[in-house]
Design a binder for this molecule. Sequence first.
Ligand code: FAD
Length: 536
Amino acid sequence: MVVGGGAAGLMAALELPKALKVLLLCRDSELRSASRWAQGGLAAAVGHDDSPQLHRADTLEAGAGLCEPAAVDLLVQEAPNCVERLLQLGLPLDRDGSQLSTTLEAAHSRRRVLHAQDQTGRALVELLEQRVRQQTNVCWLQGGLVLQLWLESNRCCGLQLLFGAQLGWLQAGAVVLATGGGGDLFANTTNPSTARGDGVAMAWEAGAVLRDLEFVQFHPTALMHPGAPHFLLTEALRGEGARLLQSNGETLGAHASEMLPRDQLSRAMVREMKRTKAQRLWLDLQPVGATKLQQQFPMIIKRCQQLGLEPLAKPLPVAPAAHYWMGGVATDLKAATSVQGLYAVGEVASSGIHGANRLASNSLSECLVMARQLKDLTPISINAAANSNSDNNVESLDWQCDANLTITAQHASKKLQQLCWQVAGVERWGSSLREAEKQAKGLQNLLNLDAKLKTFLAQKPGQLYSVSAKQQEKFELLWDQRQRNLVSLLLLQAAAFRTESRGGHFRRDAPLPLPYWCRHSLQKRGDNLRTAAVGL
Ligand SMILES: Cc1cc2nc3c(=O)[nH]c(=O)nc-3n(C[C@H](O)[C@H](O)[C@H](O)COP(=O)(O)OP(=O)(O)OC[C@H]3O[C@@H](n4cnc5c(N)ncnc54)[C@H](O)[C@@H]3O)c2cc1C
């Protein structure tokens, strides 16, 4: 079973051995994912002046000492092969004459980001969706929310699914988590609302090791227009000449070149905004030129115009926002987690490729490369008869919930997002992180959702419940808050634990990287937070 219908999940469904029957599950029926929203492109060393070695060096440099070298080698060697495979499948990547067109993003020493205008993610996902639908061994269920993993003798052998009006457990020889990141844990984010770290929560509850959860990448240029979503304005715009300006029209100054790595530029912007008490800065697209803007970035131009902005004539309001989660469920080079039968691919995973900071556009490439690593996956044997509900005996779910609780949970959700943004955003302080941990625990205790959702949590394999539409609506709201609380707390704990600054994690009270901390942080249910050496 593959959980997630973004680039990682779709590619995993395509790459798993054809002899296996694959069930692909995703919670959205309207096909929303970070993958679909990806604008810039995917990184691969395909140019004449480029090489996997140069791509490797840039990735390691961005990762600030925490990349797993073997994982990076795999990415840089295999990314060009993945591009070749995508071209064979029919991906319409832009071209300059007969060559693939490449663009430049921050911290890349070469132009190596391949793109399909500014809708690379959409083109990629639509192609993969089409291929998945043609694949006879794959069955795709859209609109199913996966709640928990099924564990027996410390092996993962299935999952709990709420699909339509039914709640039950499904057995599987292997489960692949491809549930994406956690950007929506923050008030300001470029991510869809489904990016709330569900996979991390499920893996943690199943006893899997989580790695480097403190490392979040903040993108410097999200649109900050009142009432509009924090829509991403891709770095490729700056790669093509767009300039960052202060409110008075002046540039950011010598300390902030437009092509600084994202963490450095985000910090420079946040400081400038604090100094001038501004809520936003401005991105001037005019240096790119109207023709290029319309050719290469048509979707961005159109979206801005729909919001009443004039991107070809006036600077756009921007500020940093949470964008990519480097941390996640620790995996090896075969995408296997520390729990037998459980795999993780894409943003939910910590494969070791990104270390403390992701090199721009390495994530789509990672989704593809790591999904391909599943091609030799051998499922564990399952006893299909055991725990099955052969009589299809469906019980009506006996569960009610106070209307006030859903309102309180919705408020709590907003409060937690604000807390994460203020305390675990671009700049962090140890004392505030500890205080925020207490507040997040306080919210957990106040809502007491594990008790309120006991009927769901305690459902046994073999039981099948029918859930009314009303129950489903309330449950999903509360479950959302339960997962957010758990994952936000894990992130805050990791950020408080690392008393240094590195990559995407910047502590005002410990602003330098420290040699001792050139190690991963590890979290596992029931254990204290600990560190582990890189490259083991
Ligand atoms: C605006 C934006 C622009 C970006 N631009 C780029 C770029 O140009 N290049 C690049 O390399 N990267 C880019 N990224 C990052 C990149 O898009 C993501 O890292 C990558 O797409 C993640 O893919 P994924 O398949 O792991 O997760 P996603 O694409 O987020 O998919 C997750 C899937 O899991 C499903 N899911 C989640 N929880 C559950 C559950 N409990 N039950 C069932 N289903 C569940 C969701 O419904 C969704 O289908 C961008 C990200 C954003 C937000």
